[in-house]
Design a protein around this ligand. Sequence first.
Ligand SMILES: NC(=O)c1ccc[n+]([C@@H]2O[C@H](COP(=O)([O-])OP(=O)(O)OC[C@H]3O[C@@H](n4cnc5c(N)ncnc54)[C@H](OP(=O)(O)O)[C@@H]3O)[C@@H](O)[C@H]2O)c1
Length: 323
Amino acid sequence: AMDPKRQVKLNDGHFIPVLGFGTYAPPETAKSEAQEVTQFAIEVGFRHIDCAHVYQNEEQVGQAIRSKIADGTVKREDIFYTSKLWLTSLRQELVRPALEKSLKTLQLGYVDLYIIHFPLAVKPGEELYPKDENGKLIADSVDLCHTWEALEKCKDAGLTKSIGVSNFNHKQLERILNKPGLKYKPVCNQVECHPYLNQKKLLDFCKSHDIVLVAYAALGSQRLKEWVNLDLPVLLEDPVLCAIAKKHKQTPALVALRYQIQRGVVVLAKSYNKKRIKENIQVFDFELTPEDMKAIDGINRNIRYYEFLLGINHPEYPFLEEY
Ligand SMILES: NC(=O)c1ccc[n+]([C@@H]2O[C@H](COP(=O)([O-])OP(=O)(O)OC[C@H]3O[C@@H](n4cnc5c(N)ncnc54)[C@H](OP(=O)(O)O)[C@@H]3O)[C@@H](O)[C@H]2O)c1
């Protein structure tokens, strides 16, 4: 259940704020604007910040967090910071060094949550997207259960409070859950989730194992041409979302965020625009009716904006399973 501090309890006893600030931006803005917008997000009330090694802006986001601690706006323990283990570091012996590198870049002593970014191990090295002659990622054969054991050790060492996964399908999650000698369950699975891909089955599966589903692209993604097929419809122009927004005197974006919170999903919202960052925190100021929720459930159409086709040939490519 949601407490007055707008958090939910994870299966390891820690708490996660139900609204998170997404920090991914294209390279032109990721470095130059991340610090300013993250500071602003903290000022207007965001307490959960979602970042990753591969976004290449952990230095700026870490600086933002440290400056809001230094000026007394927040204490470290008020902030929930997520980083992600990149695909070149899924080999067991590379996990802890990767987290230590993020911590050094951030200049923080720990992260709150460290998650496996994708279940797709690729060739280790400095290159973030090592590709073959067909432009597809070069797979590395790694047992995800071994990666998981290394994450468990990072938690025990205090480098991260909680550990989880991202972009895992239910079979991949099951493999971790059924691992002999499992010490900690994943606290979350962070996946694409919005009214056009509402992930009902994966959500039910996660709920049945006390795993929190964290929604990315909850506003329909940034529609960057490198990652998203721009022929797909624009989520925030959906007539049902627009009608519900109008009825509540809110925006379609707020309706899309509120929908997730009311169905027990932790939701991320990326914005690098101050007006919209401030708007998004208003998700706590209104409530959708059961009829609204049902109407939004009805517009699901299995549209995946981030297909990550670079990884389509990888034996662990997650999105061929139904859920
Ligand atoms: N685990 C993964 O593999 C993975 C993958 C993708 C994303 N993520 C995480 O999830 C975060 C969010 O996903 P996302 O980056 O795809 O974006 P998103 O949250 O779906 O947002 C998409 C776009 O909506 C716009 N927007 C924000 N607030 C709005 C509002 N109130 N009204 C109208 N438009 C609004 C933003 O543009 P402006 O900036 O111009 O406001 C943003 O570019 C990422 O930043 C990242 O932290 C994780």
